[in-house]
Design a protein around this ligand. Structure first.
Ligand SMILES: Cc1cc2nc3c(=O)[nH]c(=O)nc-3n(C[C@H](O)[C@H](O)[C@H](O)COP(=O)(O)OP(=O)(O)OC[C@H]3O[C@@H](n4cnc5c(N)ncnc54)[C@H](O)[C@@H]3O)c2cc1C
Length: 440
């Protein structure tokens, strides 16, 4: 590290940390990003396995939102390719491709049994989206059940919720789902990082450094330093063979609110805040399975959402139909995403994986004979789909002056995943810029 005084130190070079850093260096601030691992990206990065480029977390890259905007702001290459056609819902074994506009309407029509029921459900959504949100506690499943007793409709919304919010329709609040629909508004489209997520985060990292920011990998933050009167002072860190400290006017932490409390020390937080974090931080655990085949076992290029006749897997995809760069020549990559039966309770991991593999064998013809399972990834604890269930996040500001959380424990409601990291980090960066001036 060339210096020991910064305007802002950011803990973690995942997509939230990098988006915040990009906004701040663009605003002229002296920024240092510290990352414990050798590579950038956190849960939006790439591991190479037998020549395949597997994601460490997210696969679907949301475009046309604050995430993409951040890349353009700092002139980082956003090398994303869009599958065409994109989203399809599998109902009774048939894949129904959703139109870019009017997707919700189509889903409702696919799930109901007659026109009267369709009209009732459609009006309920229209009312919820325009002026009367569902009550804060009702789950999506119970809310939908007020307007229709169609099991198929419930299965469609179960697949939808598990895909985008990583928890089940009987766990997510209907209000959160409605806010998600509003935030996305048919505007956000998704794509795949052409050469793996690592190329996107490396491009953003390079742009940050071009603008004068510093990124230090293999540097684990050990403590967030706080003065006796509750103001952040900087951080202490450990690198291979060396320890050190840096001072900063502001610190942004992307390690999740629980991790932030550990780093800053519980004694520095009010009891009320500790309780709020305890109550709200419900990590969303998921299982992803990567498999390889020497033939295209899936022919639809976009995401296929499984609705009925599935036990755990809520979506399958083969990104290599759109980005063959992700596999060795002639090989195909398949990925599945499963929400757990109970996102809060004790988990029988082997059972969850066994159920997911049964789903894959039933939904992907030839999987049994032609697919080789490359990796089963269980994302939980400090590496979940989200640090907090969508709808359960807390505010980014902390009781410690000039210490913010960023990332999916504090992102704005209705914005899950990468787009929320883009949007949440943008809002926090603006808050920081309103509070401190860049040093000259
Ligand atoms: C399986 C899975 C599938 C997903 N699918 C999608 C999807 O398709 N679309 C979507 O939009 N979202 C998806 N998500 C969610 C998305 O990946 C995350 O919301 C997002 O990547 C979180 O980024 P982040 O920067 O907030 O956190 P992270 O990526 O976790 O970044 C935090 C960083 O901090 C570092 N760190 C931790 N402690 C320290 C320390 N003490 N010192 C220094 N560094 C530290 C970590 O190494 C990490 O790099 C998925 C997530 C998972 C797990």
């Amino acid at each position: 590290m060339a210096q020991t005084n910064y305007d802002v130190v950011i803990i973690g070079a995942g997509i939230s940390g990098l988006c915040a850093a990009a906004r701040l260096v663009h605003g002229g601030y002296k920024v240092l990003v510290l990352e414990r691992f050798r590579q950038l990206g956190g849960r939006f990065s790439t591991v190479d396995y037998k020549g395949f480029k597997l994601s460490t977390g997210a696969n679907d890259v949301e475009c046309n939102c604050s995430l993409e905007e951040t890349f353009h702001l700092v002139e980082a290459e956003f090398n994303v390719r869009h599958p065409e056609p994109d989203l399809a819902y599998r109902i009774d074994g048939v894949d129904h491709v959703l139109p870019r506009q009017g997707g919700l309407r189509k889903l409702i029509s696919l799930g109901v049994r007659n026109e009267e029921e369709e009209e009732r459900v459609r009006l309920a959504f229209r009312r919820a989206l325009s002026w009367e949100e569902p009550s804060p506690t009702i789950t999506l499943r119970d809310w939908v059940a007020q307007y229709s007793d169609s099991q198929k409709l419930q299965q469609i919304f179960q697949g939808f919720a598990a895909l985008v919010l990583a928890i089940n329709s009987y766990e997510v609040k209907a209000r959160t789902f409605i806010r998600f629909l509003k935030a996305m508004g048919g505007r956000v489209v998704h794509g795949y990082a052409v050469d793996g997520n690592i190329t996107l985060v490396n491009a953003l990292g390079a742009a940050i450094e071009r603008l004068g920011g510093q990124i230090q990998t293999e540097t684990e933050v050990k403590r967030i330093l706080v003065s006796d009167d509750g103001v952040v002072q900087g951080v202490s860190f450990q690198q291979p063979g060396r320890e050190g400290e840096v001072r900063a006017k502001a610190v942004l932490s992307s390690v999740g609110p629980r991790g932030t409390i550990r780093l800053a020390g519980e004694a520095n937080f009010e009891k009320g805040y500790l309780k709020e974090v305890e109550m709200n931080m419900r990590p969303a655990p998921v299982i992803t399975i990567y498999a390889a085949a020497d033939r295209p076992l899936i022919t639809h290029p976009g995401v296929i959402v499984l609705t009925n006749n599935t036990r755990r897997v809520c979506s399958i995809r083969s990104q290599t139909l759109t980005c063959p760069e992700l596999a060795p020549p002639g090989k195909h990559l398949i990925e599945s995403f499963s929400a757990l039966g109970d996102s809060l309770g004790p988990v029988d991991f082997e059972q969850e994986v066994a159920l997911s593999i049964m789903d894959l064998k039933e939904h992907i013809p030839g999987f049994d004979r032609h697919a080789e399972i490359l990796q089963v990834m269980y994302h939980r604890g400090e590496w979940p789909a989200f640090h907090a269930w969508p709808g359960w996040t807390i505010a980014p500001r902390t009781p410690i002056e000039m210490l913010w959380n960023i990332g999916d424990g504090v992102n704005p409601e209705g914005w899950p995943g990468l787009e929320s990291s883009g949007e949440g980090s943008k809002r926090v960066a603006e808050d920081v810029m309103n509070r401190i001036r860049p040093s000259t």
